[in-house]
Design a protein around this ligand. Structure first.
Ligand code: MG
Length: 396
């Protein structure tokens, strides 16, 4: 079946309280990127022509947009506009299925975004199983013996282990079958079914199990986060350091740009672009870590289209080059050298801005400032210099 007649519905509307404090778990980072970003990239990689629709919590629009901004253009183009989820997982899936009616897919894969390790092989098995049977879920044999207990903890039954399966996502269905099953469940007040296989079963359909993937773990508890992060970082063992250095001269003006932040000053900085000396040093440090040229080779100053350009274009490009290699920016350490303006009061704003542009957590970005004790060109207040180091992790 061509993947153009397939839709993927990603359930990301939950609050994820089991994962601990802070952000909803689907937006917490693993190896520098939100879980949802990893999951969407993996789903697109396994079914490049499928349309992908995400159900999100209405409060999470900005988090969602920041997460999908880290995807490449091809993956972003596969995404339909997100739809708000409902009060339960089941209600969120129904809302997503209703929103897919406009593209009327033949099959739909329904995936929990807390499973970021979904593989192309698993996606292919899901598509094949749903094409053959109409309703199929990935399952794995269980290795633990499972007990059914009553409210007091007393064992009521020991189901034979050989017949048990631990079920994962993506679960795959004929679109009309699962849409109608969800509508029926909703209209009869059946609202707490915990997976879509159960909704199809409840509606009277035969649901088949195909081979799951032990690597397709669900990231739920704090220890799952630690294991998932270790697994991702364990794939990024080619650790590189790059350096960047830049200078811009003072000229007439009333502000200087440092790290994407405008700082009021009695002078401006002269340059072909916005002369953001710190952002240029950081950008070159990343290119250096990749052994991938420099700002001038990617954005030639002879090309008039970069005249007056905001420098975040350069930094976004460098960060994207890291992601295209399957890597992450582990750390940035920048130093601004000048007598004035004072950088300290703007340090945290600069760190936040640089982190946002690169799509990394602010805890991975350091900004420092020093003077040159009135010596040399920075000491004579003729200009501003900046140095930066970038530590980048790439697949080994
Ligand atoms: Mg420069």
């Amino acid at each position: 079946m061509p993947t153009s007649s397939i839709a993927i519905l990603v359930v990301a509307a939950g609050r994820g309280s089991r994962a601990g404090e802070g952000l909803p778990k689907q937006y917490r980072t693993l190896a520098g990127e939100p879980i949802i970003t990893h999951a969407l990239r993996a789903l697109h990689g396994g079914a490049p022509e499928a349309r992908i629709l995400v159900t999100i919590h209405p409060d999470d629009q900005a988090l969602y947009e920041a997460s999908v901004a880290l995807l490449d253009a091809s993956a972003r183009a596969a995404l339909l506009a997100p739809v708000p989820g409902g009060a339960s997982r089941q209600a969120s899936v129904k809302a997503g299925l209703e929103a897919l009616a406009a593209c009327a897919p033949a099959l739909v894969l329904i995936h929990d975004c807390a499973r970021p390790f979904v593989s192309p092989g698993l996606i292919a098995r899901a598509i094949a199983a749903a094409s053959a049977t109409g309703a199929a879920v990935p399952g794995l044999p269980v290795t633990d013996t499972i007990k059914q207990v009553d409210a007091t903890g007393r064992i009521e039954a020991t189901p034979p282990r050989a017949r048990l399966r631990a079920v994962q996502t993506p679960q795959a269905f004929r679109y009309d079958l699962i849409l109608n099953a969800h509508r029926l469940a909703d209209s009869t007040g059946q609202s707490e079914l915990t997976d879509d296989g159960a909704v199809a079963e409840w509606a009277g359909h035969a649901v088949h199990v195909f081979e799951g993937d032990p690597a397709n773990m669900k990231v739920t508890n704090p220890q799952d986060f630690a294991a998932a992060e270790a697994r991702l970082l364990g794939q990024l063992l080619d650790i590189r350091t790059g350096q960047g250095f830049d200078v811009h001269a003072f000229t007439e003006g009333d502000q200087v740009w440092l790290g994407g932040v405008s700082i009021p000053h009695s002078k401006g900085l002269l340059g072909h672009s916005d002369a953001d000396v710190l952002m240029h040093a950081v950008t070159d440090a990343i290119y250096g870590a990749l052994a991938d040229g420099d700002i001038g080779s990617h954005f030639p100053p002879s090309d008039p289209q970069w005249k007056g350009a905001p420098s975040d274009i350069f930094l976004r490009h460098a960060a994207q080059r890291v992601r295209e290699r399957g890597g992450m920016i582990a750390h940035i350490d920048g130093t601004v050298i000048c007598e004035a303006p004072k950088v300290g009061p703007h340090r945290d704003a600069i760190r936040a801005k640089l982190a946002e542009i690169m799509g990394v957590d602010v805890s991975r970005v350091a900004v420092k400032a020093t003077t040159s004790e009135q010596l040399g060109f920075t000491g004579r207040r003729e200009g501003v210099a900046a140095m930066a180091l970038a530590t980048v992790r790439l697949p080994a």
